[in-house]
Design a protein around this ligand. Structure first.
Ligand code: BEZ
Ligand code: FE
Length: 334
């Protein structure tokens, strides 16, 4: 370790001279460790450790380092208000799903989460139960009959549910340059029995945006850019852990190779056909597609307890001496 010097303030930092492959990491961590924010210090320390180890392990070449910088610049340049290439990068690297799984763990009965994706908007109309959220004449109509319950099976009324899917061409409304109003999306509220129901389209598989740096990366990696057919759902109510998920159609050609890793067995569904009685009850045509699903939410308290327990187990396995502050690990210096 290089000798100490005063940094103008009252914190000792290393003299940053003659740094080598072997001592640059602890010195970078030391200079980054002056904040009173223990979590920030911990995050930066682990980031620098992994980043430096990556360069040492791969003997990262200058050309490769520059290619990565150029790639990130490209991600920034193609991003705008409605397109975020960095989130897409996180999605195709599996990071988005990993972060969701860490932060929203579910007990066995709870509905599992999936990736949010970039196509949720805040302008979807709140529609009454039974309403139709699409005006696409080409798609195959689908009735969805759903419930939202707690882990003990009690209905949860008053849950706000955002629902969105593509049109029959595999595009979200925001991907159409001439979009003048929201389409294939709505917000519903569960009724006193925890039920919500709506009319939409049988979902279709579609490619994620692949005309930018992330698309090029997938190509280099010989990966495809497709997502299996799905409908997105986001559930919110005070006191309940917000659930972002999606339902996927069984048998889709991309069921086991989703470009963004969002598919879970428990979220794969079989569609049925609407029979005469159901058609009459819900005012739809007999024979259209029928989606049925019972969603299960967990309380914020249940989720936080589970998250803490899983964090403690994971940290123990890693042999790290950490404590949880606000449900997040920081070094345990006591
Ligand atoms: C989506 O399902 O809408 C999506 C998710 C991740 C990346 C791109 C699209
Ligand atoms: Fe999607």
């Amino acid at each position: 370790m290089a000798s100490q010097q005063k940094s103008g303030g009252d914190v000792n930092v290393p003299a940053l001279l003659d740094l080598t492959i072997d001592n640059i990491t602890p010195n970078t961590i030391r200079i980054n460790s002056q904040s009173s924010n223990a979590r920030l210090t911990y995050l930066m320390s682990r980031l620098v450790t992994h980043l430096h180890d990556f360069a040492r392990e791969t003997r990262l070449s200058t050309d490769e380092w520059m290619a990565a910088i150029t790639f990130l610049i490209g991600c920034g340049q193609i991003s705008n208000d409605v397109r975020n290439e960095f989130i897409l990068l996180s999605d195709v690297l599996g990071l988005s799903l990993l972060v969701d799984n860490i932060n929203h763990p579910k007990p066995a009965q709870g509905t599992e989460g999936s990736v949010l994706g970039p196509f949720h908007t805040h302008d979807a109309p709140t529609l009454p139960n039974g309403a139709c959220m699409t005006a696409d004449p080409e798609g195959e109509p689908m009735l969805a009959l759903c419930t939202v319950k707690d882990t003990a099976g009690n209905p949860i009324p008053g849950v706000k549910i955002d629902i969105w899917e593509t049109d029959s061409s595999g595009h979200y409304d925001v991907q159409h340059a001439d979009r003048d109003a929201p389409s294939e999306r709505c917000v519903m509220v569960s009724d006193d029995e925890g039920k919500f129901w709506f009319q939409g389209l049988k979902p279709v598989s579609y490619p994620i945006p692949h005309d930018g740096p992330v698309g090029k990366l997938l190509q280099l990696l010989k990966r495809h850019c497709w997502r299996p057919a799905h409908v997105h759902f986001m559930f919110g109510k005070d006191g309940w852990d917000r659930l972002i998920t999606a339902l996927y159609l069984r048998g889709d050609p991309y069921e086991t190779s989703d470009a963004v890793f969002g598919v879970k067995q428990s979220l794969i569904i079989d569609l049925d056909r609407v029979d005469k009685e159901t058609a009459e009850k819900y005012g739809v045509k007999e024979g259209i597609w029928l989606l049925k699903y019972d969603f299960v939410l967990t309380t914020q308290e249940e989720t936080e307890k589970l998250k803490d327990r899983l964090a403690e187990e994971a940290l123990k396995k890693l042999g790290l001496s950490l404590k949880l502050v606000d449900h997040l690990p920081v070094p345990d210096l006591d």
